[in-house]
Design a protein around this ligand. Structure first.
Ligand SMILES: [Zn+2]
Length: 268
């Protein structure tokens, strides 16, 4: 057993909280730092499915990418989905922590995992979020390059195969070969113009809407929407592995991963 705080300290070394965006809500969101933990369940979301897994598999703590609580809440109605989940978590004394934009931005976090999965190398910063006195920058997303140029169709196939998704949608902006690629895991459509301005041939993200696609086409840049789930779920295994390494000398604690969740979207 280790204290929940020991897991939080490990998480801090992997995804320091100061990296998070101002609007975000990472950290320990439910439970006590003093809680004894023998098993940690790592997941993308604290969904009902994940809460049931934690209960069934005896996990005293869930570490998720998406914060369970974002905005202040004025009522906890147990007949509503969030209230019911909180009730179950408290009844079973399960702690919940989140590493959200801090894990997106961190070295080896969501975006690095995505970049590696889809075959990008020579990674550099994309949307700068902070710069320290030594000039070290932190960024949301990455920009990198493929070892060889390829067509957008072949690259879209490669992205689909690399990620936990059955399909990708893409904007084919013409004959432009794909070599330089920008990416932002999750919902990154707001950075389409930035990716184009930085000279990306293609931009990989999730949650792309019609007018975002139109904008990309007008800018002459390919866009691949590989889904919010598809672009982020791969971090679950990597985060679990990093936590195992960090906790290996701290006491007996097992780190398991969510093996039930799938994308909410399916296709006909
Ligand atoms: Zn996300």
């Amino acid at each position: 057993m280790v204290k929940c705080q020991v897991v939080m300290d490990a998480l801090e070394r992997i995804a320091p909280r100061h990296l998070a965006e101002d609007w975000d809500n990472p950290g320990l969101l439910v439970g006590s730092p003093a809680r004894e933990v023998s098993r940690v369940l790592v997941a993308l979301d604290v969904s009902d499915l994940v809460v049931r897994q934690a209960i069934r598999e005896g996990a005293e703590m869930i570490v998720a990418h998406h914060p369970l609580l974002f905005k202040p809440i004025k009522k906890i109605r147990t007949d509503e989905p969030l209230g019911h989940r909180l009730q179950l978590l408290l009844q079973h004394d399960i702690a919940v922590a989140a590493a959200h934009t801090n894990l997106d931005i961190a070295r080896g976090g969501v975006n690095d995992v995505l970049a590696e999965a889809i075959g990008l190398g020579k990674l550099s910063s994309f949307v700068i979020t902070s710069q320290d006195d030594d000039g070290r920058v932190e960024s949301l997303g990455r920009i990198g390059s493929l070892p060889q140029p390829m067509t957008i169709r072949d690259f879209a196939e490669q992205v689909k195969k690399a990620l936990p998704t059955k399909y990708v949608r893409f904007v084919d902006a013409g004959d432009r070969p794909v070599r330089k690629v920008a990416l932002c895991s999750g919902a990154g459509a707001e950075f389409i113009a930035k990716a184009a301005a930085m000279g990306a041939d293609a931009y990989v993200t999730g949650d792309v809407r019609y007018h975002d696609a139109q904008h990309a086409a007008e800018l002459g840049m390919h866009v691949i929407d590989a889904g919010h789930f598809g672009t982020e779920f791969p971090v679950v295994q990597v985060l679990a592995e990093r936590l195992r390494e960090e906790l290996s000398t701290k006491g007996h604690v097992e780190v398991v991963t969510d093996h039930k969740s799938q994308d909410f979207f399916t296709i006909a």
